[in-house]
Design a protein around this ligand. Structure first.
Ligand SMILES: [Zn+2]
Length: 384
């Protein structure tokens, strides 16, 4: 997902290609419980020599291990491998309302007992001391060997340093380097990722996965992640995708970024709750039970969401758009209404070739998957 376009590996092959191959391999490993070098090489069209080298690296770093099971179906027994069943990764997802710490195996399986959630609050020292305390407690409870922690954040994050440069909804994190801080306090390597990249990564789990897709996040704010030909677009400074801060109504409602009338103030779940002046739970209940006022406000929010989606479709020509929004779940016939609204705003050829759907694969799943990707990349020397 995070690819470096400039650097090359020793073979002269763009690093990006190797990275994509590696992700394909590890994704396939996660799909198959047991796998052999030959079967995996054949399945993915990769040479057995390359696969043997990769297996050696992954076995050395204990990410995969030989399975006690052997495949003897064709005479000579075939050695089968499995992802390490004991190794765990952890992700810390810091969001506007809540922070979640979660552990998973190398399959990215989320279990309720492997996670803890607490309010993010509004004080940097309190947040990081709570993270430290809760992380240590959970790790001890799970007795989890954990080699890496992914830290998932909103806002603009400088890729090289991991520093929060601008955070419209959590200003007090600006100037911080959360991954470096967490790594120091926990004594475990940590790296930072953007929440929209995590959300986008999670969509590769869906049966509807594609190599040209857009993820639209309409939850606390409005964010977007774009994947074109399998490559995540990060932009020159890594800040691409901030569609939520395009001004739609000059002089409109104040936005956390300092401007007024941004798409985020009109199209997010939070905009819906604020306008309705109810809690998220009350708002969603009112919408699901077709309260007239909630329905009317949600209709306006949907129209703004459609404007954002249509702009993205016209610019990037994706074949899938994944919508992440609680309003979408509570809104009766959301997809039908959304399609009509988007159709009015797009070039029809692009609209016809694009499927819009809602998604429940969230930031937490994506953060864990990106952390697993990072662990495997690091182990095989493919650090981006
Ligand atoms: Zn804004």
């Amino acid at each position: 997902m995070t690819l470096n376009k400039k650097k090359k590996n020793n073979s002269g092959q763009p690093r990006m290609v190797r990275q994509v191959n590696l992700q394909t391999v590890t994704r396939q490993m996660r799909r198959m419980e047991l796998f052999s070098k030959i079967d995996l090489a054949r399945e993915l069209g990769i040479s057995t020599t390359t696969m043997t080298k990769l297996f050696a690296q992954l076995e050395d770093t204990k990410l995969i291990e030989r399975s006690p099971v052997e495949d003897t179906s064709f005479g000579r027994p075939k050695i089968l491998y499995q992802l390490s069943p004991t190794l765990q990764v952890a992700a810390i997802v810091i969001d506007l309302q809540d922070t979640i710490i979660c552990f998973s195996d190398l399959q990215g399986t989320i279990k309720p007992e492997n996670q803890v959630k607490f309010p993010t609050g509004n004080n940097v020292d309190d947040l990081f001391s709570t993270i430290e305390r809760e992380f240590k407690k959970l790790k001890q409870k799970l007795e989890a060997p954990c080699n890496v922690v992914g830290v998932c954040l909103p806002g603009l994050i400088e890729k090289e340093t991991g520093q929060c440069m601008l955070n419209p909804n959590l200003h007090w994190l600006e100037g911080m380097r959360p991954a470096a801080h967490i790594s120091r306090t926990l004594g475990i390597p940590a790296f930072v990722m953007h929440e929209e990249t995590a959300l986008s990564r999670a969509q590769l789990r869906t049966p509807d996965a594609s190599s040209n897709y857009i993820t639209m996040d309409f939850s606390a704010g409005v964010g977007m992640s774009v994947v074109v030909n399998g490559e995540h677009l990060s932009g020159g400074s890594g800040y691409a995708g901030e569609i939520g801060h395009i001004i739609m109504q000059p002089g409109g409602r104040p936005c956390g970024c300092g401007n007024r009338g941004c798409l985020e103030t009109l199209a997010s779940d939070r905009a819906f709750y604020n306008e309705l002046q109810m809690t998220p739970e009350e708002s969603l209940e009112a919408l699901a039970t077709r309260n007239p006022r909630a329905t009317k406000i949600a209709g306006h929010v949907l129209e703004w969401q459609a404007t954002g989606i249509a702009a993205a479709i016209n610019i990037f020509n994706p074949d899938r758009v994944f919508v992440y929004s609680q309003l979408a779940d509570a809104y009766p016939y959301y997809i039908e209404d959304m399609r009509l609204a988007v159709e009015k705003r797009t070039i029809s050829l692009m609209y016809e070739n694009c499927r819009i759907r809602t998604t429940h694969e969230g930031k937490q799943t994506g953060a864990l998957l990106l952390t697993i990707d990072h662990l495997i990349s690091t182990a095989t020397g493919n650090i981006d």
